[in-house]
Design a protein around this ligand. Structure first.
Ligand code: ADP
Ligand code: MG
Length: 265
């Protein structure tokens, strides 16, 4: 005999909702029961509202999980971006990117600027919009991506790994140019960029303008082969301005050597 046999319909309903993991519905049950019994709401309307809250809570859970698995180093949105601090950022173009139309056309985005100007922040913000739109997003630091491909190559599973990255609806390659990449690394990156070319969108953040990529890759031919595929259908956004990280430092410390990094726009 069930423990709930003979229990009131309310107790049974509450117990069933809990067993099904429908916590929102279980929590709102007393309120809705009162509204229905007092004639303020029809049963079906109450059920529609209760299930809508449960659906919304489930969608929020799924989005949180997808944001976690995308691998963002931090979570920031366009709402967190202080446009007045960085007036060189073309707001309308960035907001257009957030509509994700560029992804429908498999176009790329190149965010160029010195350290701290908001490149990674904007890339993450667009990435989070894509996650909210239920697109599969992968964020990778460039050096880590090259290491990962190199590791796959040494284990004989490069093709599989390239397919894995080719599959992401949006790939964000962060910090290209902070570390130089050798010939083997450039070749792997070229293969990756080629698999995504005109098929899927890639966002790249870099502190080195395209003209400086030959130095990053140590080779003019590899650099232009990569740049060619990245830049063919590409939104290039150059950010010139102060580092947000240094915004609270007194004016004289902002001129400290190294603060501008490898800027080469
Ligand atoms: P980078 O250009 O080196 O990638 P980030 O985008 O990571 O720099 O920015 C460094 C930090 O400053 C992050 O915490 C980011 O959220 C913050 N930040 C940068 N620019 C802005 C801005 N205009 N408004 C608000 N926060 C910003
Ligand atoms: Mg960055």
């Amino acid at each position: 005999m069930s423990a709930l046999e003979g229990a009131s319909p309310y107790i049974r309903a509450e117990s069933n909702l809990a067993a099904l993991g429908l916590d929102q519905m279980a929590a709102s049950l007393p309120d809705y029961m009162r509204m229905v019994s007092e004639g303020d709401l029809e049963f079906c309307a109450a059920l529609a509202e209760m299930t809508a809250a449960e659906v919304a809570a489930k969608e929020a859970r799924v989005t949180r999980q997808r944001i976690r698995s995308a691998g963002f180093p931090y979570e920031k949105t366009l709402a967190d971006f202080d446009w007045s601090f960085q007036p060189s950022v073309p707001r309308a173009r960035v907001e257009e990117l957030a509509t994700l139309r560029f992804m429908e056309r498999a176009e790329n985005v190149l965010l160029v600027g010195s350290p701290g100007v908001g490149k990674t922040h904007l890339a993450i913000a667009v990435g989070i919009e894509a996650v909210r739109a239920r697109r599969e997003v992968r964020f990778m630091d460039c050096a880590r991506l090259v290491d990962d491909l190199r590791d796959a190559q040494s284990r004989g599973i490069l093709k599989k790994r390239l397919q894995y990255y080719a599959h992401s609806k949006l790939l964000i390659i962060d910090e290209l140019g902070y570390l130089d990449i050798d010939e083997g690394g450039a070749d792997l990156l070229f293969q990756l960029v080629s698999t995504r070319y005109e098929q899927r969108s890639t966002i790249i953040t870099t502190n080195v303008g395209i003209g400086g990529w030959a130095k990053v890759f140590g080779d003019e031919v590899a650099a232009s082969a990569i740049a060619d595929r990245v830049c063919h259908h590409c939104h290039v956004i150059k950010i010139t301005g102060r580092s947000y990280r240094l915004k609270d430092l007194p004016a004289d410390s902002k001129a400290a050597p190294g603060a501008a990094g490898k800027e080469q726009l």
